[in-house]
Design a protein around this ligand. Structure first.
Ligand code: ASP
Length: 651
């Protein structure tokens, strides 16, 4: 049960030959202590001599004291004690002289906390349990103490016992006792430790905390506000330490990092949390390739030893390539089924709607090939794919079945032989594959096929096809993003694609003043198995350029950023950085179904803490010092807001 834990600690405790060398008199070097890894001392300072999981035949005859939770009791003779390092069998003494010990151990309810002292003995021959790492020994108890009795639990502390997420979150402290949560949080701690070691000890980064009471930042995500005692004045919780890390560069702290808490009031999304953690990094005098190599090294160094090692350098695609081949800026490159532009094959087509599309300036025809789709996709799957395309993209999708080189599709009779052969060549189709074809504007057609590519991959996998190796971690850099996107509500206006401090691509600067929508940025995203796990950029360090982008292109209120603009004028070094989303990274590393499973005390889907009931109301008199009053929503407003959150763990 707890084998993972010993692996985890073995990974941590592998001794290295490196020793600490403290050179007196050198301030900077004395801060760069090299790491001296050692076996962690798990029982120092506490009322136990050993952990439940560590005892082996090599401990035979030792007098030990263990503390743990009662996991099982059998026939009032055996008791299995658990702590977070494993399980151990304890023999309940049966002789009269130990009646009080027997009473404690037999009467304490399951999950009570006890302390036992006794001798490590061998299990009788034939009674060893090969499934338990401690299965060759047991404890012959001499004394026992009930440290705390446990009431009837809302659920059993066993991972296989099914419970709703709402119940788990309500009793999170009990949920944390489960094996999986223990593994997730301990692995997280270990990876963060290795990241600190890599950044601070091996590469001279400085770990600096930045404020979480800050002011509003224009653009970007919606921020939480915190009332202050000054009438009408509010702090904002930062969506990231972006401004501070840039100001630290100006302050000469040229290699900064922080395990930073960030806040975004973005409402409910399955892989988001209102507060989350980033490994936040900034460096002076760096270019994009420098940041990328740093991150590749960081992940390689901190990667768990029980997983396949990270292979570097990571491949890289441009935003334009990602969109054209995968229909998204976060492609999952663990499998093919790439989008292929087949417009040229159909220039002389007789199919009316294809002709129409191709006659438009942005019109294209695109397709993906689903390997063995004929075998694995049912008619109703194809119907729901077509319905999805119609409902969400207002697009037509044509399925084409290829059987012994015979096309079978609503357009089949119009596909001429050379078009058919061209399709086979371009899409590398084989017998029993299904081609999904769509026609329309480039971006829209790609986005649709990108969604269908993932949808079909899920369908094939649900039917037993192995497309994505679950042990594979496939990193990818996505680069050359546009600097601005047209605003959804008003496409004539531009908004920043990431944040307004991102520097334009050096080869596109001239376009900034004429065709800003065409400017590429020096932004890069890191994608892992189709999820964005990080992003960053080279920053603007020129006050005038920053002012131009904020005021003229983005039409933001520059007064909100006057402190930063001023600072850029006082000798700001060129700089750049990145932030890695720790929760998402851990979710992928552990294979957890949700980021809530790698956070000790997450919020529910609706942003609530189900254990304490936060956010909570405050009596009006406590609101007075903040000069604010609650304006209670009407019934219809309340109803509307609950409709926006139809499914969440509270339900
Ligand atoms: N501050 C950015 C973010 O949180 C990351 C960066 O540009 O370094 O997404």
């Amino acid at each position: 049960m707890f084998c993972w834990l010993s692996r985890l600690y073995r990974g941590l405790s592998r001794p290295t030959r490196r020793t600490t060398q403290l050179i007196w008199g050198s301030f900077s070097r004395s801060l760069v202590l090299s790491s001296q890894r050692r076996i962690p001392e798990l029982s120092s300072f506490v009322a136990r001599t050993n952990t439940c999981g560590e005892l082996r035949p090599s401990h035979l005859g030792q007098e030990v004291t263990l503390c743990g939770w009662i996991q099982y009791r059998r026939q009032n003779i055996f008791l299995v004690l658990r702590d977070f390092h494993g399980l151990v069998q304890v023999i309940i003494p049966q002789d009269e002289s130990a009646a009080s010990v027997k009473k404690i151990l037999c009467e304490a309810p399951m999950e009570s906390v006890v302390q036992v002292s006794g001798t490590v003995i061998s299990r009788p021959p034939g009674q060893e349990n090969p499934k338990m790492p401690t299965g060759e020994i047991e404890i012959k108890v001499k004394t026992a103490k009930l440290l705390n009795s446990c009431k009837k639990l809302p659920f059993e502390i066993k991972d296989f016992v099914k419970k709703t997420e709402a119940l788990r979150l309500r009793y999170r402290y009990l949920d944390l006792r489960g094996v999986q949560m223990q593994y997730n949080l301990r692995l997280r701690s270990q990876m963060v430790m290795k990241m600190r070691e890599y950044l601070c000890n091996l590469h001279g980064f400085v770990d600096i905390e930045t404020p979480t009471l800050f002011k509003r930042t224009p653009g970007g995500a919606k921020e939480f506000v915190v009332p202050s005692r000054e009438p009408g004045k509010f702090y904002s919780l930062p969506q990231s330490p972006q401004q501070f890390k840039q100001l630290l560069m100006i302050g000469g702290l040229d290699r900064y990092f922080q395990v930073a808490r960030c806040y975004r009031d973005e409402g409910s999304r399955p892989d988001r949390q209102p507060e989350f953690t980033q490994i936040d990094i900034e460096m002076s005098f760096v270019e994009q390739t420098g940041i990328q190599s740093l991150i590749e090294g960081l992940l390689q160094y901190s990667w768990p030893s029980d997983k396949d090692p990270v292979v570097v350098p990571f491949p890289s695609v441009t935003f334009a390539e990602a969109l054209a081949s995968y229909g998204t800026d976060k492609p999952d490159i663990r499998f093919g089924m790439k989008i292929v532009d087949i417009s040229d094959m159909f220039r002389n087509t007789e199919v009316g709607f294809l002709q129409d599309v191709l006659s438009k300036p942005q019109g294209t025809i695109k397709a993906i090939c689903i390997p063995e789709g004929e075998k694995y996709l049912k008619r109703k799957d194809i119907e729901s794919i077509r319905k999805f395309a119609a409902d969400h993209f207002n697009q037509e999708v044509l399925p084409i079945f290829l059987k012994t080189n015979n096309w079978n599709s609503p357009v089949a009779k119009f596909i001429m032989e050379e078009q058919g052969l061209g399709l086979i060549r371009l899409l590398e189709t084989q017998e029993e594959d299904v081609v999904l074809l769509t026609a329309g504007e480039h971006k829209k057609a790609c986005s649709l096929l990108g969604k269908l590519r993932l949808e079909c991959a899920d369908l094939l996998e649900a039917r037993g096809v192995v497309l994505r190796d679950p042990a594979l971690f496939s990193f990818l850099w996505v680069v050359d993003f546009p600097l601005f996107f047209p605003k959804e509500e008003n496409p004539k206006e531009l908004e920043t694609a990431h944040h307004p401090f991102t520097a334009p691509h050096p080869s596109d600067i001239h376009l900034l003043y004429t065709e800003p929508q065409k400017v590429r940025s020096q932004h890069y995203d890191l994608v892992l198995n189709g999820s964005e796990i990080g992003g960053g950029s080279i920053r603007i360090h020129d006050a005038e350029l920053q002012h131009y982008i904020l005021a003229t292109v983005l039409k933001e209120d520059v007064k909100l950023l006057s402190h930063l603009l001023q600072a850029l004028d006082y000798g700001a070094p060129p700089h750049g950085g990145i932030a890695i989303g720790l929760d998402r990274l851990m979710c992928l590393v552990t294979g957890a179904p949700s980021i809530r499973d790698v956070i000790a005390f997450p919020k529910s889907f609706q942003g609530h803490d189900l254990m304490s009931n936060a956010p909570d109301s405050i009596p009006p008199e406590e609101l007075k010092p903040y000069h604010i009053q609650v304006s209670w929503p009407t019934d219809s407003e309340t109803e509307k807001s609950s409709l926006n959150h139809p499914c969440h763990p509270e339900s």
